[in-house]
Design a protein around this ligand. Structure first.
Ligand SMILES: [Fe+2]
Ligand SMILES: [Fe+2]
Length: 274
């Protein structure tokens, strides 16, 4: 089956690019399943229920998040009725919403998606490795799930690579989010799991991580906050990773980055229809 994962939507420019262009991408590439990280979709901070609905209507099957999941306070309430929105699975027990779920793809296949947060240079959460192991043990690839997608929302590249190898052969894709800069290390690991350390963001790359560059540069220089972080408003690049799985095993057969529009050189997977 053919799948697509898009990195963190940042602000109006990022979400608008995806909402406007995803329907044609899904159609042209005959995608069976799409996951989008939405943690920065609402002015860079969290996601509103309306934006979530717009992203789902555009063709996303699941929206994952990360450390910014609760930045819009309403999310604590509406996440209970929106089962296509995931928050990190290793938040404390009793946290609203859920971190992993089995979804039905357009082709009828069962796709497990899990969102997990790293702990290196981030909040102290439950062990992400133990948490994801429980999820995968409950839903084995090739038996219960036809594909398994893991969004590792983490700062450290080492922690994301370690998660990739920890899950190699047991899931279809391990992809990193949170750092907003696409990495060039997409590969299929020895056990058959597709891997990329960072999917990049869907946002304006003439920026600092999608935010208007002036205030971040000022804070690094002067250590005195001069204003709020606001999303950069230039044209967004849609950034992510495309992959294809074996229908019998659920393991990856092809993986390639996707970058469309904006300031970055375009990258279209060689196995996509032009
Ligand atoms: Fe992010
Ligand atoms: Fe994040």
């Amino acid at each position: 089956m053919k799948l697509l994962f898009l990195g963190d939507l940042v602000g109006r420019t990022g979400r608008t690019a995806v909402i406007e262009q995803l329907p044609a991408i899904v159609e042209d590439q005959q995608l069976d399943f799409v996951v989008v990280n939405g943690e920065n979709a609402a002015a860079g901070f969290g996601i509103t229920e309306q934006i979530l609905q717009d992203v789902l209507d555009a063709g996303a099957d699941v929206v994952t998040t990360g450390n910014h999941v609760w930045d819009q306070r309403d999310t604590l309430v509406y996440i209970e009725r929106q089962d296509r929105l995931l928050r990190p699975v290793n938040f404390p027990s009793g946290t609203p919403g859920r971190g992993a779920h089995l979804f039905t793809a357009r082709n009828g296949a069962q796709v497990m998606v899990a969102n997990v947060m790293g702990r290196v240079y981030m909040d102290a959460l439950d062990d992400p490795f133990a948490a994801i192991e429980r999820v995968v043990d409950d839903c084995p690839l090739g038996a219960v799930a036809d594909a398994i997608i893991i969004d590792v929302h983490a700062e450290a590249t080492s922690e994301k690579q370690a998660m990739g190898h920890f899950l190699d052969g047991r899931v279809s894709l391990v992809v990193g989010t949170h750092t907003h800069v696409p990495t060039a290390d997409h590969q299929i690991l020895p056990g058959g799991t597709a891997y990329m350390t960072d999917a990049g963001m869907c946002g304006c790359y003439d920026s600092v991580l999608g935010m208007d560059k002036e205030e971040p540069v000022n804070r690094f220089q002067r250590k005195i906050p001069g204003g709020r972080f606001t999303p950069a408003e230039g044209e967004a690049t849609i950034s992510g990773v495309a992959f294809e799985t074996n229908d019998r095993t659920g393991l990856a057969e092809r993986v390639a980055p996707v970058r469309i529009g904006g300031h970055l050189e375009p990258v279209i997977p060689p196995f996509w229809n032009l």
